[in-house]
Ligand binder design. Structure first.
Ligand code: PLP
Length: 385
């Protein structure tokens, strides 16, 4: 047993004094609920992504839920979802009484396989949710025009990307709706949090209503009017509830952190990409350990790094002993008991997931830490090849 004291986390958010200053300011103001900071963050986000409307929410899971809810699809209609994703992508279908159809993945990037997507399509399908796994872009240039012909709603699950540009177009602007995650491990964080974006005004209005109890009036504008002397008899407090909504709104405490983090996002992305480059260069020298992607694109914001090998469990124990955290992204969704009834032919997913190990990658990972991980990977590779 190794007695190393060194430990390297799998993920770690990056904070500086700027975030603390911003939080102090918001506490002094004594307004941490839904308010002006959320609006500022939403506008800044729209500008950064290059999209017309963004609505701040509590998580990407919430965003995915209301993305499908906004269309009120008939019960039991079907949603095409990659078999290899986080449970929230598929749960969004179940929350809406829709059925997930699991699409197999590519050998070369773990993303939704376009041929299998076409094969799995039936007339009952109403939406497709491509997930840019680890930040690696799905083949949107094929998926989007095909989906348009089939009249499918395209929801981009951007939980692993913020700022990645594919074929000259920002990820999150290819589909009808995009959903981002600001959970603590992500490219930028607000603790937990997310953003739902679209260029469609009507949809954006629905997201606002669904994310705040189904109210037809924005609570922040109600508040502002409550102190306006322009029209003293205006019933600023009035609103109506025409549909069932949720308590999914972002608050000012989250948004204030988000505004600071957003300013640093390009630097964060650059730092993670540099660490990723180091992994990719060195892993090429291994015999039995391979990278989970075979192609690396320019201008992509990579979030996660994983390796593939047959001796997965052995490597996990080997690295654990040396203080290096790992994980397995993911157990494919249809293999979980809840989803087993949605039977699907996903041979590549079933093969690949057993060979994956997620390795530490985060903004502030130090070069010595990457070197230490690589040294141990190479040692393992030599020992077992
Ligand atoms: C692909 C994917 N979609 C959605 C989510 C849900 O994000 P959140 O934790 O913000 O709800 C995650 C979380 O990691 C994810 O990996």
């Amino acid at each position: 047993m190794s007695n190393t004291k060194k430990t390297i986390r799998l993920f770690k958010p990056s904070f500086g004094k700027e975030e603390i200053k911003a939080i102090q300011k918001i506490f002094k103001k004594s307004w941490i609920g839904y308010g002006s900071e959320v609006k500022k963050f939403e506008n800044a986000w729209s500008k950064y992504i290059g999209i017309k409307y963004s609505v701040g929410v509590t998580s990407c899971s919430a965003a995915l839920h209301i993305a499908l809810a906004s269309k009120k699809f008939k019960k039991k209609k079907k949603v095409l979802i990659p078999a290899m994703t986080f449970t929230a992508t598929a749960a969004a279908a179940l929350y809406n009484d829709l059925e997930p159809i699991f699409v197999d993945i590519n050998e070369y990037d773990l993303n939704m396989n376009f041929q299998d997507l076409k094969k799995k399509y039936t007339k009952d399908c109403v939406a497709v949710i491509p997930v840019h796994v680890g930040g690696q872009p799905c083949e949107m240039e094929k998926i989007v025009p095909w989906a348009k012909k089939k009249k499918l709603l395209v929801i981009e699950d951007c939980a692993h990307t913020a700022g990645g540009i594919y074929r000259g177009k920002m990820l999150g602007t290819w589909g009808d709706i995009s959903c981002f995650s600001f959970e603590e491990k992500k490219m930028l964080t607000t603790g937990d949090g997310g953003m739902i974006c679209t260029n469609n005004k009507n949809l954006a209005g629905k997201f606002r209503v669904l994310s705040f109890h189904g109210w037809n009036k924005d609570p922040w504008s109600r508040h502002k009017k409550s102190l306006s002397k322009k029209n003293l008899s205006e019933k600023h407090w009035y609103y109506q509830i025409k549909e069932l909504g949720f308590k999914y709104n972002m608050n000012d405490l989250m948004a204030t952190i988000g505004l600071v983090q957003l300013k640093k996002l390009n630097l964060f992305n650059l730092k993670r990409n540099n660490a990723m480059n180091k992994y990719l260069t060195e892993i090429k020298k291994c015999k039995i350990i391979k990278s989970y992607i075979t192609t690396q694109y320019k201008n992509i914001a990579y979030w996660m790094f994983a390796v593939r090998l047959k001796k997965r469990d052995k490597l996990i124990s080997f690295l654990k002993e040396r203080g290096i955290a790992t994980s397995v992204y993911w157990i494919p969704v249809p293999l979980h008991p809840l989803y087993k009834k949605f039977k699907s032919h996903i041979p590549r997913t079933k093969k690949i997931w057993k060979e994956l190990v997620t390795l530490p990658l985060f903004t502030d990972i130090k070069p010595q830490e990457i070197n230490y991980i690589i040294k141990n990977l190479k040692e393992f590779d030599k020992k077992y090849s």
